[in-house]
Design a protein around this ligand. Structure first.
Ligand SMILES: [Fe+2]
Length: 448
C-alpha cells in the first residue's frame, strides 16, 4: 500500500478507510449468514425490497458512487449497477414497484460483490479519492458516502430479519442472551430550562456528514419538561388497555386512516398469546419485557402522547435535552466528549434486542435524561426538511431531497443496530409516520 499522502491524509486515512470498508463487508456477511437459504427471496416487509436486493445493492451502490460517479471509471457490470441501484419507500403496498421477473442467482450476486470489493479496496488504496477539484471526491465525500451507507443498511437488514419466522434465521455463535429485566422505574420527568440548541454541523467540524446535516444553525428553545426514560412496554400497555387504539380523537387523520386500513391494534413488535403479550425477539419470542422501550410508528407514538396530555419533542428539544448543559455550553455526546463505547448505551450491534430503559447511567445527558443514544431511535414532532443552506450532496444528490415531501418525520438518537460513526450529534434519520417496523421508540414532553 502506498504511503498516505498529506492531502489525502487530511481528510481520509487510506488504511483506516480500507479497514472500515472491510469491517462493513464482514458484518454484512455475518448478517446474511444468520439467514436460512430459503429466506433469500423472502420479502419480510412488503414496503421494502426482497432480501436478495440488498446483497446486490450494497456493492453496486459503492461501485456507482465511488468508482463511476467519483473516479469516472467504468463499473463492473452495468446490469447489476442498474438493477441494484436504489431501494424503495412507497406510500403503501399498492404503490410497491413491480419486481424484476427474476433476480440473478445468488452465486452471481456474490461474485459481483467480490469483484466490487476488489475495485473499492483498490480505489481506496491507490486512487486519488480526495481530489479537491471534483465535487464528488473533495474531502473524501464519495468514500465516506459508501462507508456510512453500508452500516445504515445493516440496520435495515436487521429490522427486516426481525420480521422473519424463527425457522428462517439462527443466532450467531456467542450471541448475547436477551436481558429481560424486571419492572421499570416509575415515569419521571425533568425540567429543561429555555436555552439555545445547535442543530446541524459546520462543514469543517466533521470529517463527513450527509447533506441534511448542513448547515449548522442555532435555535432558541423555550423551557420544557421531558421524560427521563423512553416510554416502556409497560407504559404503552396501559394505553392499549385503555382502548387507545379505538379512540379516534387521539390520532391524527393520517394515523387513524393507517390504523383502520391495516387493522392495527398494538405495536408491530408485540404478539398476543391468550391474555398475555409476547415480544417478537430477534431469535425467540419473549414474554413482553415491561422495562424495554416500546417500538412503535410515529402515529402510535403521537396518539400515546396525546392520551398522556403531552406531545413528542421537537428535533430542537431533543438536542437541548441530549446535548445542552446548565452552563449554556453544548456537548458532542449526551455524556460529554468521550467517543461512544459499550458503557454508554445499547448501540453498534452489541445486541440483537433492546435492553431495559435506564441500563446505562454513564450515557445520561447533563439533565439526567437517559438512553438518548441507542436502544431505539426517538421519534420527534419535526417534519423532515432541509436546514437553512441545504445543498444536495454531489456523491448522492437524491439522498435527502426525495424525502422532503412533508410525509417523513425526523428521528434522532440511534438504535441497537446503529454503528458508532452514525451517533454523531448532527446525524438525522427519518421515516414515514406509518412505518412500524423500525427500531424506534419515543419519550414525551410538556411545555409550550
Ligand atoms: Fe441504499
Amino acid at each position: 500500500m502506498p504511503e498516505v499522502e498529506t492531502e489525502i491524509g487530511r481528510y481520509l486515512d487510506r488504511r483506516a478507510a480500507v479497514d472500515w470498508y472491510r469491517a462493513n463487508r464482514r458484518r454484512t456477511a455475518e448478517i446474511f449468514e444468520m439467514l436460512a437459504p430459503e429466506a433469500y427471496h423472502d420479502r419480510p416487509i412488503a414496503l421494502r425490497n426482497p432480501i436478495v436486493f440488498y446483497e446486490g445493492h450494497l456493492p453496486a451502490f459503492s461501485v456507482n458512487t465511488l468508482v463511476k460517479r467519483g473516479l469516472g471509471q467504468p463499473g463492473i457490470d452495468p446490469r447489476f449497477e442498474v438493477l441494484f441501484e436504489r431501494g424503495i419507500d412507497p406510500e403503501d403496498e399498492s404503490a410497491v414497484p413491480g419486481a424484476p421477473a427474476a433476480w440473478p442467482p445468488r452465486v452471481e450476486i456474490l461474485a459481483y460483490g467480490a469483484r466490487a470489493d476488489r475495485a473499492i479496496v483498490e480505489a481506496l488504496e491507490t486512487k486519488d479519492v480526495t481530489r479537491e477539484d471534483s465535487p464528488v471526491l473533495a474531502r473524501g465525500l464519495a468514500a465516506y458516502t459508501i462507508l456510512e451507507h453500508e452500516p445504515m443498511h445493516q440496520e435495515t437488514l436487521l429490522y427486516m430479519w426481525h420480521r422473519l419466522p424463527y425457522g428462517k434465521k439462527r443466532a450467531p455463535e456467542g450471541a448475547p442472551r436477551p436481558v429481560l429485566g424486571g419492572d421499570p422505574p416509575g415515569r419521571a420527568t425533568v425540567r429543561v430550562p429555555a436555552g439555545l440548541a445547535t442543530l446541524g454541523a459546520k462543514t469543517n467540524a466533521v470529517a463527513f456528514g450527509w447533506d441534511n446535516e448542513f448547515a449548522e444553525h442555532v435555535v432558541e428553545v423555550p423551557g420544557f419538561e421531558i421524560d427521563i426514560d423512553d416510554v416502556t412496554n409497560r407504559d404503552f400497555l396501559e394505553f392499549v388497555r385503555a382502548g387507545g387504539y379505538e379512540r379516534e380523537d387521539l390520532w391524527s387523520e393520517e394515523g387513524w386512516l393507517w390504523r383502520g386500513e391495516n387493522d392495527v391494534h398494538h405495536p408491530a413488535f408485540w404478539e398476543r398469546s391468550g391474555d398475555d403479550w409476547t415480544w417478537r425477539g430477534m431469535f425467540e419470542p419473549l414474554p413482553l419485557p415491561p422495562g424495554w422501550p416500546v417500538f412503535v410508528s410515529h402515529a402510535e407514538a403521537s396518539a400515546y402522547a396525546r392520551w398522556r396530555d403531552s406531545r413528542l419533542p421537537t428535533e430542537a428539544e431533543f438536542h437541548r435535552a441530549a446535548y445542552g448543559t446548565s452552563a449554556g455550553s453544548e456537548r458532542s455526546y449526551p455524556w460529554g466528549e468521550e467517543p461512544p463505547d459499550r458503557t454508554r448505551g445499547n448501540f453498534d450491534f452489541a445486541r440483537w434486542d433492546p435492553v431495559p430503559v435506564g441500563s446505562f447511567p454513564a450515557g445520561a445527558s447533563a439533565w439526567g435524561v437517559r438512553d438518548l443514544l441507542g436502544n431505539g431511535w426517538e421519534w420527534t414532532s419535526t417534519v423532515f426538511g432541509p436546514f437553512p443552506g441545504f445543498e444536495p450532496m454531489p456523491s448522492y444528490p437524491v439522498y435527502s431531497t426525495d424525502f422532503f415531501d412533508g410525509k417523513h418525520w425526523v428521528m434522532k438518537g440511534g438504535s441497537l443496530a446503529t454503528a458508532n460513526p452514525l451517533l454523531r450529534r448532527s446525524f438525522r434519520n427519518w421515516f414515514r409516520g406509518n412505518y412500524p417496523y423500525v427500531y424506534a421508540t419515543f419519550r414525551t414532553v410538556r411545555g409550550t
